[in-house]
Design a protein around this ligand. Structure first.
Ligand SMILES: [Zn+2]
Ligand SMILES: [Zn+2]
Length: 752
């Protein structure tokens, strides 16, 4: 046994997502298997290992630390250096040490297969335990206050281990060895069901919740990053009641199912969609509906081409579906009046009063508010639970900056070295509560990343809460602020995630954003290179009769199109039942309160208005979504080659709008609009590519969420030999803006 002369000693430093993922027990088991002595510990930089033993075994340790990391770990780097041999006895996991934080908290995941098996095994001591978790699964980001990731820093701190849990926690051979959020029915949090008045409902909370749901009641259920409002998705009256109480007239509701197989009744699924639904992050996946879906799930996503489905993400949700496998539940975020998601028990009873008939609560606090993520194919529509706080890798180390995003679908971004961290979806900054959540998120993100920003970046619009916050933040810390044009930021976000600093042609198809010239942009052709951009061209502007209200009333955009077509005299007749129609014609005629915008989003509205798809939108983007739904139902159609003109790099789609005005069949018109718009954009980009010699296109903006448009653009550009870069790591809409703002700032700082 005594062979000190053949032994070596090394220190291994591992960085990445290596805390809270079972990394130390994994190293412990490797060390035992390889008969090595030493220790492993967490610290603020990641994991450090001291190992002593035979040189071959040390090499093997280094290789396997790299190659065989646990499922939720992500190893970024492994540094090895020889150190003095200390004749350590045995191999131990030792206490964490503090220091400067430069590691990452893990993301929340659904229960792993092993935990799910135990959950429904009557012989297991965690049988039906609603908080079952292990080192490979469960809550992380939403329960962690600060690093290093240890139980006292999480919302499990008030639940000391019982002897059985303590034994598992300290047994390196156990799956729950150092599982910081583990607990059991003896020592863990507890479920409780309350009625609308907050009084306890007797009996088993799961069974009673199911009884309420089956009876058509609405139950607020505490999830990972906030509360959901749940009800039976097949009961038309119940769904209608939820809409009425939530005052969410027509926005689509996501639907939760117990497994993938029942999803086949409601949507078309590819193999990739199934993988996404079943992925540990458990996002809502937007899927094309089947013809019968609206009848089967009345009122969930009326008239829209897609429905959002998801599978259970927590043990509580698994318990509900285990006892009612055929159940189909509306699971919509509990965010009354567009305010941030409800996370606290008392807050739920108060803010959801009058909406929920009952409350399924528990006493494990949600520390960080985090909405469900929404995905479509390889892209994001909303990035939050399950994906945050994962980093986006940058091509090189950059100065520390904070970018505060825009107004709608706000997110923030902080850079650290060669990493960018984008916050969860915060929402529209149009109410005090959302602005509060925004400020909380800035503080939390800077705190957990331990970054002191050198620059604060914001939108050009002076009236956004985020812009005003940035000015105060810059003054307080005596650091520079930088305003970045909205559509430049959209294109820069795509460049950042693809690591591109060479020139690209950027096409931003978006709602309205403030342009560098003070006018309202939104359908832009830009040349973007690092921190610089040049506006090459734009869509031919349309008036916004009445200003901002035109964005909510597509018929006004249709009137603007008629006016531009020289058919303003038709407005009053065409929209005879709109009391404002005669006045609108006059306003357009005289240019009163009718600012112009090149926004592509408003072009969609004009088309929807002309085709009679929608007079008023009840939520942002609704008219465009309904138009897409009609086009999908109609099927593919060819573009009309005389639908557009390009003059001085201005893309004029007025001829197309004239066609739509005369179109009898709305579905055919919608299909033709999509085909023609895509063909026009490809033509526009190809011409710019010929002029500039730039063969690479970056496309972004909210309109890129349109599946038909983005597919046609992809195919059309490929056919012209142009390369297309799209948003993959973040949504193409304003949810990605902050990354682009940060990218512009770090490239400016580098003097690019
Ligand atoms: Zn597990
Ligand atoms: Zn216990």
């Amino acid at each position: 046994m005594l062979q000190p002369f053949v032994a070596d000693a090394i220190r291994i430093r591992v960085t990445g997502v290596v805390q809270g993922v079972g990394f130390r027990p994994f190293v412990w088991r490797l060390a035992h298997e390889l008969e090595l002595a030493g220790w492993v510990k967490n610290d603020a930089a990641g994991v450090e290992i001291h190992a002593e033993g035979a040189a071959a075994a040390l090499n093997e340790l280094e290789r396997r630390v790299r190659d065989e990391a646990p499922p939720l770990a992500r190893v970024d780097s492994v540094w090895v250096r020889p150190v003095a041999y200390e004749a350590t006895a045995g191999f131990a996991i030792i206490a964490s040490s503090g220091g400067r934080v430069s590691t990452a908290i893990g993301h929340d995941t659904a229960p792993c297969a092993a935990c799910r098996a135990e959950l429904f095994d009557p012989a297991n001591r965690r049988y039906r335990h609603p908080f079952i978790t292990c080192t490979h699964c469960g809550p992380r980001y939403t329960v962690t206050r600060r690093l290093p990731y240890d139980r006292p820093q999480t919302s499990l701190a008030p639940f000391p281990f019982c002897p059985d849990c303590q034994r598992e926690y300290t047994d390196p051979a156990d799956r729950r060895f150092h599982a910081e959020t583990t607990c059991c029915p003896n020592c863990g949090p507890r479920l409780s069901l309350r009625d609308a008045a907050g009084q306890p409902i007797e009996g088993d909370p799961i069974a009673q919740t199911l009884a309420l749901l089956k009876a058509g009641r609405i139950v607020a259920i505490k999830g990972l990053g906030g509360f959901h409002l749940a009800c039976d998705a097949r009961k038309a009256a119940t769904v209608a009641c939820l809409r009425e109480r939530k005052q969410r007239e027509e926005k689509p509701f996501a639907v939760m199912l117990g497994a993938v197989s029942p999803a086949l009744t409601f949507a078309q699924l590819t193999g990739d969609d199934v993988a996404l639904l079943e992925s540990p992050e458990r996002p809502i996946v937007l899927l094309p509906k089947l013809p019968a879906t609206d009848a089967l799930l009345p009122g969930c996503a009326p008239g829209l081409p897609e429905i959002g489905l998801m599978l259970p993400a927590t043990p509580i949700q698994y318990l509900l579906f285990h006892d009612a496998p055929d159940m189909v539940l509306v699971m919509t975020s509990a965010n009354p009046h567009g305010e941030p998601l409800v996370i606290g028990n008392a807050e739920a009873l108060q803010r959801l009063a009058g909406i929920a008939d009952a409350f399924l609560l528990h006493d494990r606090d949600i520390v960080v508010r985090c909405d469900d993520s929404v995905r479509r194919g390889t892209g994001f529509v909303r990035r939050a639970r399950g994906y945050v706080p994962r980093k986006i890798s940058l091509p090189r180390a950059v100065p520390p900056v904070i970018a505060v995003g825009g107004w709608f679908k706000n997110t923030i971004c902080v850079t650290r070295g060669d990493e960018a961290f984008v916050s969860q979806h915060i929402g529209d900054l149009d109410n005090a509560a959302a602005c509060g959540f925004f400020e909380e998120s800035v503080a939390h993100l800077l705190h957990i990343l331990d970054v002191e920003p050198a620059i604060v970046v914001h939108d050009l619009h002076p009236d956004f809460h985020s812009t005003r916050f940035a000015a105060a933040f810059a003054a307080e810390r005596a650091i520079p602020g930088l305003g970045v044009q909205h559509h430049h930021a959209h294109i820069a976000a795509v460049c950042a995630e693809h690591g591109v600093r060479e020139p690209v042609l950027g096409v931003a198809l978006d709602g309205v954003g403030l342009g560098s010239d003070g006018t309202a942009w939104g359908g832009e052709l830009l040349r973007v290179e690092g921190a610089r951009f040049e506006r090459l061209g734009h869509l031919r502007p349309l008036a916004l009769p009445g200003g901002d209200i035109a964005a909510r009333e597509p018929w006004r955009m249709a009137a603007a199109a008629l006016h531009l077509l020289g058919r303003g005299d038709e407005i009053a007749r065409r929209f005879a039942d709109e009391p404002a129609a005669p006045m609108l014609a006059t306003m357009l005629e005289r240019g009163i309160n009718s600012p112009f915008t090149s926004s592509a989003g408003r072009l969609f509205d004009a088309a929807a208005g002309l085709l009679g798809v929608r007079r008023r939108a009840s939520f942002e983007g609704q008219a465009a979504m309904l138009l897409e739904g009609l086009a999908v139902r109609h099927g593919a159609i060819g573009a009309c080659p005389d639908g557009w003109r390009i003059r001085d790099q201005i893309l004029d789609l007025l001829p197309m709008l004239a066609h739509l005005e005369d179109c009898e069949d709305a579905a055919a018109g919608a299909a033709w609009f999509h085909a023609t718009l895509a063909a026009a954009l490809v033509d526009w980009l190809a011409e710019a590519a010929g002029r500039t010699g730039i063969r690479r296109v970056a496309a972004a903006g909210g309109c890129l969420l349109n599946r038909l448009l983005s597919a046609a653009l992809r195919a059309g550009l490929a056919a012209r030999g142009l390369e297309l870069l799209e948003a993959r790591a973040l949504p193409p809409n304003d949810g990605g803006l902050a990354l682009g703002q940060a990218w512009v700032a770090v490239n400016s700082a580098a003097g690019a």
